[in-house]
Ligand binder design. Structure first.
Ligand code: ADP
Ligand code: ADP
Length: 231
């Protein structure tokens, strides 16, 4: 499973001069297996929302739930097993000597036996067409290859929900197609996919649900038809 619920979520950054209200009373329910595109201008609150959904920020006010588990300081670690985040910049995520070590890091951290870790690394790299990259150092890879390896690192944790922050940014059209295909395959295998995305046409062709944030509030939530107003 992996039903995600956001209830009355608000979040305020202290800020250096004055506080910033990054999220205001957000309400959401995301069902298992959905493909959700998260849109909104810079500063709308997309990153802040995403960081809540994967347990990197603990709610100040309101609630984030996955199934029966409510996100608190005590449950954040468990939540992060269900929800994997692919950062916008793969260099923020890849820090081991080789690709194989990087992809192994998550499952090793879960305390899985070495045999299971190896299985997970292999199937995660296969899922991103990256088996041939295993022995490379991350800095030897192209940007698109790094992106795929970063996705593999999250898939190796086998999360129910995969969240990606602007996965298409800085990729050439071929790289974008590759990532789209990977996400499509993951979705077919039952994973919920949530991605922050700028490109309205890509969002329209890929998503089955669209959430638009503006100034920290939910501006729209529905099928891709709501994007007609945004063009
Ligand atoms: P988006 O991802 O849609 O660009 P963010 O969630 O990054 O939006 O930002 C929402 C608002 O919160 C913006 O006004 C941003 O400047 C502010 N903000 C984000 N992170 C911080 C932070 N660490 N400290 C203070 N303000 C922040
Ligand atoms: P994104 O491109 O994902 O929207 P941002 O450019 O909003 O990311 O933010 C990049 C980083 O800077 C994040 O870690 C965010 O928390 C931080 N940040 C964003 N806005 C502010 C701010 N006004 N004050 C301090 N930190 C901020």
């Amino acid at each position: 499973t992996g039903r995600l619920q956001v209830k009355n979520l608000s979040y305020r950054y202290p800020g250096s001069n004055r506080p910033v209200d990054a999220l205001c009373q957000i309400q959401l329910k995301i069902e298992p297996g959905q493909k959700v595109a998260l849109l909104g201008p810079n500063g709308a609150g997309k990153s802040t929302l995403i960081h809540h959904l994967c347990g990197l920020i603990i709610p100040q006010s309101g609630e984030v739930r996955i199934d029966d588990l409510s996100l608190t300081r005590d449950t954040a670690r468990e939540i992060r097993r269900h929800v994997g985040l692919v950062f916008q910049d793969p260099d923020d995520q890849l820090f081991c000597g080789t690709v194989a070590e990087d992809v192994a890091f998550g499952p090793q951290n879960l305390g899985l036996p070495e045999e299971e870790v190896e299985k997970r690394v292999e199937s995660a790299l296969a899922a991103v067409q990256g088996l041939d990259l295993a022995r490379y150092a991350p800095h030897q890879l192209s940007y698109g290859q790094k992106k795929r390896v970063a996705i593999a690192g999250v898939l190796a944790m086998d999360p129910d929900i995969l969240i990606l922050d602007e996965p298409m940014a800085y990729l050439d059209p071929q790289g974008q197609d590759e990532v789209m295909q990977i996400l499509q395959d993951c979705n077919c295998r039952g994973k919920t996919i949530i991605m922050a995305i700028h490109d309205i046409d890509l969002a329209e062709s890929w998503a089955d649900r669209v959430i638009i944030l503006q100034d920290g509030a939910l501006l729209a939530d529905g099928g891709t038809e709501i994007l007609e107003n945004e063009k």
